[in-house]
Design a protein around this ligand. Sequence first.
Ligand SMILES: NC(=O)c1ccc[n+]([C@@H]2O[C@H](COP(=O)([O-])OP(=O)(O)OC[C@H]3O[C@@H](n4cnc5c(N)ncnc54)[C@H](O)[C@@H]3O)[C@@H](O)[C@H]2O)c1
Length: 258
Amino acid sequence: MDNRTAFITGAGGFIGSEVAKTLARSGIKVAVCDIDDEKIKATVDSITAEGGWAKGYLSDVSNSADIEGAMNKAAEDMGGLDIMVHVAGGSSRVAGPGNWKLLVDQEDFVIEKVIAVNLFGAIYASRAAARIMIKQGRGGKIINFGSTVGVNGLRCSTEYAASKGGVMSFTKALAKELGEHKINVNCVAPGVVCRHADDETDWTRQYSYGTNFLGEKCVPEDVANLVEFLASPKSNFITGQTYIIDGGRSLAMKGTQE
Ligand SMILES: NC(=O)c1ccc[n+]([C@@H]2O[C@H](COP(=O)([O-])OP(=O)(O)OC[C@H]3O[C@@H](n4cnc5c(N)ncnc54)[C@H](O)[C@@H]3O)[C@@H](O)[C@H]2O)c1
């Protein structure tokens, strides 16, 4: 039985819930954090139904006091904190539907919300985790979520690209600060993740399995497996890195698949 503990933001979402379930299956106690109560319940219920340990924490990652309070409470409940994964976030949809716009048309509240959840969220959640982990003195793993959009950019997603690019730079800087405490800081940058193996639409074909170099869909399990590795002792010598997981799609140049 694994006696490690993990706090996962956005653990009600489709990637975050898979990350939570994957870690819980290896015996890790999981704090399921999200801004949506119903989604928290669904993830907690699914983990406990499989015999795992999970508890829900309703919190907004873009509010530093709120996320720090939730993480401190979770660490107290679980008997410590070994792993923090900040999955919460997304493109302009985090500010509501219909906000997919060119920068010249984009509104302040969308720009602010996207950067607040993705980038401020990563900074606040990582700081809260680092404070707990340093005090514990037994090292730890901090994993944030980037995106291939943060690497290459995307039209109608300038604010999202900026936020995820920021998360990747932040990862490098924080790794330099926390190395002496044996805390690894890494980032996972997916391309398009399909909801499940049967997710076959024009959209997923165009942006996923039809245009990556493996010709396969990336599903939440693929991303969760990478997080599991980065959360495990097997990655103890890796820090400050961003792992792109996109079937090689971001290697292509515009207008060509070659
Ligand atoms: N889905 C993809 O194809 C893809 C690709 C690249 C990167 N990503 C990144 O992966 C992560 C997860 O994305 P997803 O597709 O699972 O999205 P999702 O919408 O299914 O999950 C995101 C979760 O974050 C929660 N959340 C939103 N704002 C929050 C806040 N302020 N505080 C706490 N929780 C909040 C939501 O309630 C939701 O449960 C995001 O960071 C996203 O940018 C996703």
